[in-house]
Design a protein around this ligand. Structure first.
Ligand code: ADP
Ligand code: MG
Length: 345
């Protein structure tokens, strides 16, 4: 069994790049972000009915981050990663990855982008790998298609097999490998051409817990050792508890973010601290967590007031909560830092 310390990526390329001096909760400006989405919209039309899969989604991810994307089924996760992979085009808004404008890209540029700038890992292992080739041949294939010289390709294959501890799989055909080995080979395939971004859409959906842990370990290794930015879609509570940044998507928009970090107290004890942030969009819209809404019986309208360093939100209809959650409870949410409660975890 791994301990929580084994599972948490070491400090380094986990969140803000060293020396950036950025607040951990801050977001990178457009020209520094690796992923930058602004009011992204994707509407599907099915038989005359419009489905708004993305409804003005804003997202910034800095180079080198390892981020989990969570959300209920149908919330728009796959729609977002397919757009970031240039497999699908947004209906409106803006999306940039590593300086590429995903709305302006031509078909030819998209192919080049998918070959060199992003790597993709699907849930179904069969979609990631060619079963009539060996693991080594699968990893070499993207380099062959990109015209990489044979010697350089061979050494990259060896490097990736070593990094993900799958050297013993090199000459095996894919059906002879376990599910976990297949997904690690698939990660190596996705990284063969040194992409800036690795996208994984529920990569462990078909695997048991221990095998899933090994696959997430491989994603963390890719992030820490190769510096590749990783965005992984997951249902897995365990994993979203182990990355530094978890983004929750709801109805096609980012609703909350949880940031985790290790803190050392004056006695040298280390503890994981996680804080949940509500996301404020560019229009100033904010989603108040359901538990706050219920605690104060908020509905329809609220009264906002600006204080020197925070904003209060009060019920407009003067209703008291059923049970006041705070000892000195005056019914306001003046925590001073504007953040909903986090917790030590
Ligand atoms: P998630 O991956 O979070 O489960 P999706 O991004 O797949 O969600 O889907 C978001 C919404 O968009 C859903 O209502 C889904 O039915 C719809 N949708 C996704 N892809 C298509 C498509 N190709 N055609 C029509 N509707 C789609
Ligand atoms: Mg999906």
């Amino acid at each position: 069994m791994s301990t929580i310390d084994d599972l948490i990526a070491p400090p380094g390329p986990g969140l803000a790049p060293a020396g950036s001096g950025r607040d951990p909760a801050g977001t990178p400006p457009e020209d520094e972000a690796l992923i930058w989405c602004d009011r992204l919209v994707r509407i599907f039309s099915v038989g005359g009915v419009e489905i708004q899969a993305l409804q003005g989604l804003d997202l910034q991810v800095a180079p080198g981050e390892l981020t989990a994307l969570v959300g209920a089924s149908g919330s728009g996760k796959s729609t977002l990663v397919n757009i970031l992979a240039a497999l699908d085009s947004p209906t409106g808004g803006q999306a940039r990855v590593a300086g590429h404008d995903l709305l302006a890209m031509r078909e030819r540029d998209r192919l080049e982008y998918r070959r060199r700038t992003v790597g993709f890992l699907w849930q179904q292992t069969s979609r990631n790998l060619l079963s009539h080739l060996t693991a080594g041949e699968n990893i070499g294939l993207p380099m062959r298609l990109a015209g990489v010289r044979r010697g350089a390709s061979r050494s990259r294959v060896g490097e990736l097999l070593g990094l993900f501890a799958i050297g013993h799989c090199r000459d095996q055909l894919i059906p002879h490998l376990s599910g976990g080995e297949q997904q690690r080979v698939a990660i190596a395939v996705a990284l063969a051409n040194r992409p800036r971004l690795l996208l994984a859409d529920e990569p462990t959906g078909e695997l048991d817990t221990d095998t899933a842990e090994a696959v997430y370990g491989a994603l963390r290794t890719a992030n820490a050792e190769l510096g590749v930015t990783v965005l992984v879609v997951t249902h897995d509570e365990m994993v979203s508890g182990q990355v530094r940044r978890t983004i929750a998507i709801r109805d096609g928009r980012i609703s909350t973010e949880v940031l985790r970090r290790t803190e050392t107290d004056e006695l040298g004890r280390r503890a994981e601290v996680s804080e949940e942030y509500s996301v404020l969009d560019r229009a100033g819209r904010l989603q108040i967590p359901g538990e706050f809404v219920r605690a104060l019986g908020l509905r329809d309208r609220v009264r906002l007031a600006l204080e020197p360093d925070h904003v209060t939100v009060r019920p407009a209809h003067g209703r008291r909560p059923e049970r006041d959650p705070r000892p000195d409870g005056d019914g306001t949410s003046d925590r001073g830092d504007g953040a909903p409660p986090g917790g030590k975890g």
